[in-house]
Write a protein that binds this ligand. Structure first.
Ligand SMILES: C[S@@+](CC[C@H](N)C(=O)[O-])C[C@H]1O[C@@H](n2cnc3c(N)ncnc32)[C@H](O)[C@@H]1O
Length: 249
């Protein structure tokens, strides 16, 4: 089984760490769950370590980067989960739905194997004013192509709640908007390597050169002063949580 992250994920575990503020938002919805399925688990970020976790991940490279633990790790895809129906109390999908080849199949597989809530952390490209798209317009159009709407989720999962998750100014999970008030970070190849969007767009050189020039001349700080002095900012990241009650044994 070959996977995109076998190539782009070589530094994943160091670039993409659990941010405790985001983890708190996700874990608030676990209820009384004892068994948790983490689909597209990467190197294990956001797993509630006090619960019994099963992690599904297609990339052997990311599985290799997991810290040692008693988590059961299965190499598989969301669209074909190798579990019987109603196996888990809760399922998580953290920043992965935009990677699925068939989102409807991935969601219905998660619904099939989960007794209780499904908790998805994702991104709304229509609710963001992330300044990096001014330098790299392909980023905006890419997200509009690959992200799902609330209606897409509800078609498969039934009624869901949307909970916005602002990104802290010092976010330690290097997701795309993590460095929103640290613009020079985007000039670092190692930082960009942890962001899958950069592997899906072309022509970054000219846009990054403009960004570097704007940082040096002070133009970036003038243009984007609304982002400065904020503790956190809402860039459209949100949780999608199914409304069904937890049916935990
Ligand atoms: C941005 S990473 C997120 C990883 C992890 N959830 C985290 O928060 O760090 C996206 C993950 O989705 C996985 N992935 C891609 N396609 C997938 C699929 N069809 N089924 C399950 N996981 C998939 C990738 O291998 C990668 O681990």
């Amino acid at each position: 089984m070959s996977a995109l992250y076998d190539t782009i994920g070589l530094n994943y575990a160091s670039g993409r760490r659990t941010d405790p503020r985001i983890a708190k938002e996700i874990h608030a919805h676990l209820g009384r769950a004892k068994t948790v399925l983490n689909v597209g688990a990467g190197s294990g970020s956001y797993e509630p370590t006090h619960l019994k976790i099963t992690a599904v991940e297609p990339s052997l490279e990311l599985i290799r980067q997991r810290p040692a633990s008693d988590v059961i790790v299965v190499q598989a895809h969301a669209e074909d989960l190798p579990f019987q129906g109603n196996t888990f109390d809760v399922a998580l999908a953290i920043l992965i739905v935009h990677h699925w080849s068939n989102a409807q199949k991935g969601l219905s597989e998660m619904r099939r194997v989960t007794r209780g809530k499904i908790i998805i952390f994702t991104f709304d490209p229509l609710a963001t004013d992330f300044w990096l798209s001014d330098y790299l317009p392909e980023l905006g159009t890419l997200d509009q192509k690959q992200m799902l709407s609330i209606a897409d989720f509800e078609t498969v999962l039934g009624p869901v709640d949307r909970i916005n998750v602002p990104i802290p100014h010092d976010c330690i999970d290097g997701l795309l908007c993590a460095y929103w008030c640290r613009p020079a970070a985007y000039l670092e190849p190692d930082v960009r390597r942890s962001m899958s969007s950069f592997s899906k767009i072309s022509n970054v050189t000219e846009g990054l050169q403009r960004l570097e020039d704007d940082i040096q001349t002070g133009e970036w700080a003038r243009k984007y002063s609304r982002f400065l002095d904020q503790d956190s900012y809402d860039f459209g990241y949100h949780l999608v949580v199914t409304r069904d009650a937890n049916q935990c044994r």
